[in-house]
Design a protein around this ligand. Structure first.
Ligand SMILES: *[C@@H]1O[C@H](CO)[C@@H](O)[C@H](O)[C@H]1NC(C)=O
Ligand SMILES: *[C@@H]1O[C@H](CO)[C@@H](O)[C@H](O)[C@H]1NC(C)=O
Ligand SMILES: CC(=O)N[C@H]1CO[C@H](CO)[C@@H](O)[C@@H]1O
Length: 328
């Protein structure tokens, strides 16, 4: 006992002294660099191993996808359909909603049964209703894909109260859906897929509440993971720049994202990945039980830079995003 106390006092002394406190940090970084070749190999091996992981047979299983009327949500519905899964696709009611067409297409692609429901995931009662509806129709749920999300750009000059819907849909929408799904997923040993974004890790400027909502999702699901494992597997998606309607110039200037200027179009500065191969990679990863999926893969490298070398991270971000405050 006394040995433990003595060493604690000793370490405490290190951290109380500014010089040794910093020294310990750099020694730690250096050690990390020294063992990084081994970590690299470990990463490589675990990645290779995951390729040979048995893949879940989705035939006849029930998958619920929110925000499935467009974008990656729609493409994921098709991927699951090709694997013979029964689907529940949910989207908000819009005048020109394509949800019914998506359902039609999913049936053509091989889904034995597709239920489409209109709901606003930011309303807790509507989430309860679509979950009840799913269970009434199929009697079970195997995968929940919390995909619905809205984008917005924030600048300090915009009215701050305009952004509550972003959190309501992106964060609370996923949390509500998950809350009602958990008892059913516990029964089937199911999976939850969460649409976070690399923005949730990388914190680019002006991502504002969109990116905040994604960080919140990551925090929430990373800790929920421990509560529901090993019965339920949670897959957190941190996608980089995917060619969907979300990052076209149009959506950057429309809606809540009122005209925040970006130096260049996203797609001209950052390599993007096609939405279809991305959706395929996601569903494949989920069926193999991945706990996190980052596409395109190289974005994961940026995560390391952000955590290990935050100054470098800020430097290259500042090159791509104009900073008005610097001029003032
Ligand atoms: C998947 O499961 C279905 C029935 O549940 C079965 O008919 C089919 O052969 C299975 N497919 C594979 C590849 O195991
Ligand atoms: C995630 O949400 C965005 C909107 O925030 C959407 O465009 C995209 O298709 C969603 N799906 C995935 C898997 O990223
Ligand atoms: C890196 C990244 O994905 N950043 C996002 C932050 O939020 C903005 C606004 O919605 C997105 O357009 C960016 O893609």
């Amino acid at each position: 006992m006394s040995v433990v106390y003595r060493s604690q006092a000793m370490y405490g002394a290190y951290f109380n002294n500014t010089f040794t406190n910093v020294l310990v940090y750099y020694i730690f970084l250096l050690l990390l660099l020294l063992i990084s070749p081994f970590l690299f190999i470990w990463e490589l091996i675990t990645n290779l191993r995951s390729c040979f992981q048995p893949i879940e047979n989705m035939s006849g299983k029930v998958v619920l996808i929110t925000g499935a009327s467009s974008g990656i949500g729609e493409l994921m519905a098709y991927e699951y359909a090709k694997r013979g899964a029964c689907l529940v696709i949910v989207a908000i009611k819009e005048p020109e909603s394509r949800l019914e067409q998506v359902a039609e297409r999913a049936r053509e692609l091989g889904s034995p049964n597709v239920l489409f429901l209109f709901a606003d995931v930011s309303k807790v009662d509507e989430c309860r209703i679509f979950m009840d509806e799913t269970i009434r129709h199929y009697g079970r749920l195997d995968h929940l894909v919390c995909n619905a999300g809205i984008a917005s750009l924030y600048s300090i000059k915009t009215d701050v109260t305009k952004f509550a819907p972003v959190m309501d849909v992106n964060f609370w929408g996923s949390v509500y859906s998950t809350h009602f799904a958990i008892p059913h997923l516990m029964r089937t040993g199911g999976k939850i897929v969460v649409n976070a974004s690399s923005a949730g890790v990388l914190h680019p400027p002006k991502g504002g509440f969109y990116n905040v909502s994604k960080s919140a999702l990551i925090s929430f699901y990373e800790s929920l993971r421990f509560e529901v494992s090993p019965t339920i597997t949670i897959t957190i998606l941190t996608l980089g720049y995917i060619e969907t309607n979300l990052i076209t110039a149009k959506s950057l200037t429309n809606g809540i994202g009122v005209g925040v200027r970006l130096k260049k179009d996203f797609r001209s500065v950052l390599p993007t990945m096609g939405a279809e191969p991305c959706a395929k990679a996601i569903v494949n990863g989920v069926c193999k039980g991945a706990t996190s999926i980052t596409e395109p893969r190289f974005v994961k490298g940026l995560f390391f830079i952000k955590f290990l070398f935050p100054e470098l991270h800020r430097f290259y971000l500042s090159l791509y995003f104009p900073s008005k405050s610097r001029k003032n």
